[in-house]
Design a protein around this ligand. Sequence first.
Ligand SMILES: Cc1ncc(C[n+]2csc(CCOP(=O)(O)OP(=O)(O)O)c2C)c(N)n1
Ligand SMILES: [Mg+2]
Length: 264
Amino acid sequence: MDVTALNECARLRRLDIIKMDYMSSGGHVGGALSCIDIMVALYFDAMREKDRFVLSKGHCAEALYSVLAAKGFFPQEKLMTYCQEGSRLYGHPTRKVPGVEINSGSLGHGLPVSLGMAIAHKMDNNPGCIFVMLGDGELGEGSNWEAAMAAGHKKMDNLVAIVDRNRLQITGNTEEVLSQDDVCERFASFGWAACEVDGHDMAALCEVLKNAPLKPGKPTLICANTTKGKGVSFMENDPSWHHGVMSRSQYIQALHELGEEVEL
Ligand SMILES: Cc1ncc(C[n+]2csc(CCOP(=O)(O)OP(=O)(O)O)c2C)c(N)n1
Ligand SMILES: [Mg+2]
């Protein structure tokens, strides 16, 4: 897919996210909209057959479900059962859903589990990489740093961690809650190759993700600078949209801003 098609794919995923969250009166819309360009770049451009993706910031399950449905793991119509009784599309992902690699949502576990998967891949001579998406607020969880140390020590050059650096977590600004300002330097000090990218620039994302892992003998950390709520003006950079519920008029405005008109 070229960049135009990838951006269109991301727009459609944003519409899915808005619809799923409105229909369920649930979800984590801000963080889903901040990471969706990265996930589209991964699933529709950068990842190869044996690569695996882990969504560590599992509260943004609706973003993962939308991408998995678009990749054909399950029918698109299932998306609208998100968080409804009887559906397996729970608010946090589980392996009961085709394409989901790990149960997540309890923050801080995706990186250590991905490290284990990367070690297993090496033992099996599997050439695939493990890509794992973390939230910046999530980096406050201590188990991430144990995994960061171990991955550097073990020279896990089949592990790529992407931090959705939207500068907000559940209660507000990450720099006020627990600073993550030097995330690249911190990982580099544990032996990682680290770089920054604009997490909404599709061409730049594809370039860096296709070239990852960045260095032999080192795990890779990509700090993707993003905007929480990206694509819907009244949600952008507003912490109340971490898990806000849209009114009908807000829903219609969000759809309109994403290029879909609704019949009233
Ligand atoms: C272990 C654990 N502690 C607390 C929570 C509650 N929680 C859900 S989302 C969230 C904030 C996460 O912030 P961030 O990682 O920056 O996510 P994003 O901004 O991408 O939504 C918290 C604290 C949780 N899910 N798991
Ligand atoms: Mg965040």
